[in-house]
Design a protein around this ligand. Structure first.
Ligand code: SAM
Ligand code: SF4
Length: 430
């Protein structure tokens, strides 16, 4: 989502006559997009800002965008006085105006409002990938998980109208995009603000049925709002990719309650059972946090046992990181850092073995891959399957990036598949 925000900001500025340069030192304006989801990411910001200071030229504007900007606000000017612009994602619409104020002689400008009901739509987005386009359909988050900064840094949920989303996808298809990824912190909480009141599952189908669109992905889904209608949409329309990212965070109902996730272990597992019962083989990935305050050894074991049941195809695992303003900051029974590290290592190890076994089951199958990269090694290519698995494959043909090809899986590792593209031979005779 952050990458896509940067694409949108770049688009807005290009439309205003700005030009992009290769290195920060060459720029008149440096806008640094930041993340504050965990402390480590936020800490990096000030060391990077220090580096920018060393190379700052006379008259060069340095601005901080994103969640650290929103979280720290004016304090950034005190800690890094060489910064002259601070703007959170809910105020990006105001960026050209803020830059104009700086050009007019203002020394410091901020865009820190989050009480907006607007989404950040732009006429021009400078997209990095020529085949896969990201598209934010819902911004902000209303879920208030007790450990998370997002509701504070990205503001309340605001959805784009279905008509404007469909129009943008139509335009994207018109210029050659075949894959779109619909984005939102809780993408399936999408609520069409127009009179059409299109449900998320209906929007998925409508996007996937637009001419030229071969793949539709969506991330991240919140378990509470994940219903059968989404599985039915995936079953009905092949262009909707067979992959769901459904963060569970913990396998213990007690910890989930502390996290304010609004579902129990059992309710979550019912959603998994529904996905696994689908006619299509849907790959399932998740996010997990270890060491949430009060997480006992027994709670942690419940997370481990959930992995056995859920059989995820991938998992992003994190150590709990206390974040400013969040309710969990005040919770007792913090877990020591070494214990968090121990639990994280155990979780990663277990998940790795599950992935290895799941990927090995795909050996012998033929899967469709979008060709996304060419390796330095001869005849080696890479791409993703509909289930979002990385496939490294051999092909003696001169593949074109962005094409879709059928590849046979010949081997598997925990994080990727190894494949061979079938060579078509024209034979004469019977
Ligand atoms: N909105 C999505 C959701 O609800 O799953 C993802 C939000 S967040 C950008 C991505 C992941 O970061 C979360 O799913 C969670 O696992 C992790 N995360 C968020 N806050 C965290 C914290 N304070 N400490 C550790 N991990 C955290
Ligand atoms: Fe954060 Fe929870 Fe919202 Fe996800 S759903 S962004 S974890 S508050």
């Amino acid at each position: 989502m952050n990458e896509h925000d940067s694409e949108k900001v770049a688009g807005v500025l290009l439309a205003r006559g700005y030009r992009q340069v290769e290195f920060a030192e060459q720029a008149n304006v440096v806008l640094y997009n930041t993340c504050s989801i965990r402390e480590k990411a936020a800490q990096k910001v000030f060391s990077r800002l220090g580096e920018y200071r060393l190379t700052q030229r006379d008259g060069q504007t340095i601005g901080v965008l994103g969640c650290v900007a929103q979280q720290e606000g004016q304090k950034i000017f005190t800690r890094a006085p060489w910064v002259s612009l601070v703007c959170g994602s809910a105020s990006y619409r105001k960026l050209p105006e803020l830059l104009a104020q700086l050009e007019a002689g203002n020394r410091r400008v901020t865009g820190l409002d989050t009480d907006t009901d607007e989404t950040f739509e732009t006429e021009v987005t400078r997209r990095d990938n020529p085949w896969r386009a990201y598209l934010t359909i819902i911004e902000g988050c209303d879920k208030a998980c007790s450990y998370c900064v997002v509701p504070f840094t990205r503001g309340p949920e605001r959805s784009r109208t279905s008509a404007s989303i469909l129009e943008e996808v139509r335009q994207l298809a018109g210029v050659g995009y075949t894959e779109v990824q619909l984005l939102g912190q809780t993408v399936n909480s999408y609520a069409d603000p127009s009179a059409k009141k299109m449900r998320f599952s209906e929007l998925l189908v409508a996007v996937a049925e637009l001419p030229g669109i071969r793949r539709v992905r969506f991330t991240t889904s919140h378990p509470r709002d994940f219903g059968k209608d989404i599985v039915e949409a995936i079953e009905a329309v092949p262009a909707i990719c067979e992959h769901v990212h459904l963060p569970v965070q913990s396998g213990s109902t007690k910890v989930l309650r502390g996290m304010a996730r609004t579902y129990t272990r059992e309710e979550y597992l019912e959603k998994i059972a529904m996905l696994r019962a689908s006619k299509r083989e849907i790959s399932l990935t998740t996010d997990l946090i270890v060491g949430f305050p009060g997480e006992t050894e027994k709670d942690f074991e419940e997370t481990l046992s959930l992995l056995d049941v859920a059989q995820y195809d991938g998992a992003f695992c994190f150590k709990y990181s206390p974040r400013p303003n969040t309710p969990s900051l005040k919770m007792e029974d913090a877990i020591p850092e070494e214990e968090k590290s121990r639990r994280l290592a155990m979780l990663l190890e277990k998940q790795r073995e599950i992935q290895r076994a799941r990927n090995e089951k795909l050996v012998g199958r033929e899967l469709e891959v979008m060709v996304e990269g060419k390796s330095k090694k001869e005849f080696q290519w890479s791409g993703h399957t509909s289930g979002n698995k990385v496939m490294n494959f051999t092909s003696r043909a001169q593949e074109s990036l962005g094409d879709y090809v059928q590849v046979k899986v010949v081997a598997a590792t925990p994080n990727s598949l190894v494949g061979e593209k079938r060579q078509w031979r024209v034979t004469s005779g019977e």
